[in-house]
Design a protein around this ligand. Structure first.
Ligand code: PEP
Length: 253
């Protein structure tokens, strides 16, 4: 069984100095943490400095987004090769803020996943429904469509290197988390769909994280569910004590 994975998505927050301070505190706190994998996703501008701090520590480094091309005339974009160059071994792909604010599509997500696979970067692919879709009873069909287009064309080996983050859009940054029951229902659906329709291995399995207003008050209840393999944490990952409390609840569910 793989360890739970807890990812801190810092979004567009923290200048270099406070980013390094938070990363250093996490490295110090996690030096003897066992039974959990922890990754942080700082903004691009602090990635290099933070990478110098996490180097040699158990703390992993993720990009929040990248362009699916390796180089070229794409003003304002960042290549995954550049993220790898500064020490990233993971990247978020298709976060709902990328989808809703920057027009990211499932087809674009698919291109990025293939690019990440080719570079040996572990893709953390975000899926989830809006409140309107949930209220219309379209939660599972929405997720099915995101997965079927987003994960097209992966080899059996690549399918073993994928992490899914189920993040209901209505729960991100709102303070309203999905209940453990709601999350378990969707995670079960995702697992079944990946195995039965997309040919994922049942034996190897795929890690499915939950994200959406995870905090120290709800993390224990969520992470004790065996269907929930970890958490993608936004706001609460910017606070050392909150993030460490969430990490601890993944270790001792
Ligand atoms: C996120 O950024 O993926 C997220 C889940 O944010 P928050 O924890 O703030 O809801």
């Amino acid at each position: 069984m793989t360890n739970p994975l807890v990812i801190g998505n810092w979004k567009m927050n923290l200048l270099t100095a406070p980013a390094c301070e938070l990363a250093q505190s996490l490295v110090d706190r996690l030096s003897d943490a066992r039974g959990v994998e922890v990754v942080i996703a700082p903004p691009f501008t602090s990635l290099y400095s933070v990478s110098q701090i996490v180097k040699g520590s158990p703390l992993g480094l993720a990009g929040q987004n990248f362009h699916y091309k390796s180089a070229g005339a794409y003003t304002g974009e960042v290549a995954l090769e550049m993220l790898k160059d500064v020490g990233c071994n993971f990247s978020l792909i298709g976060h709902s803020e990328r989808r809703s604010l920057f027009g990211e599509t499932d087809e674009g997500v698919n291109k990025k996943i293939h690019h990440a696979m080719g570079l040996g970067i572990l893709p953390i692919v975000c899926v989830g429904e809006t409140l309107e879709q949930r209220n219309a009873g379209e939660t599972l069909t929405t997720i099915e469509s995101q997965l079927s287009i987003g994960l097209t064309g992966l080899s059996p080996e690549e399918k073993t290197r994928l992490v899914i983050a189920y993040e209901p859009v209505w729960a991100i940054g709102t303070g309203v988390n999905a209940t453990p029951e709601q999350v378990v229902d969707v995670h079960k659906f995702i697992r079944k769909y990946l195995i039965e329709s997309l040919g994922f291995s049942e034996e190897i399995g795929v890690r499915i994280l939950y994200g959406g207003s995870v905090n120290p008050e709800n993390s224990k209840q969520l992470l004790k569910e065996k269907e929930i393999d970890g958490a993608l944490v936004g706001g609460a990952s910017l606070n050392l004590e909150s993030f460490c409390a969430i990490i601890n609840s993944a270790i001792e569910p």
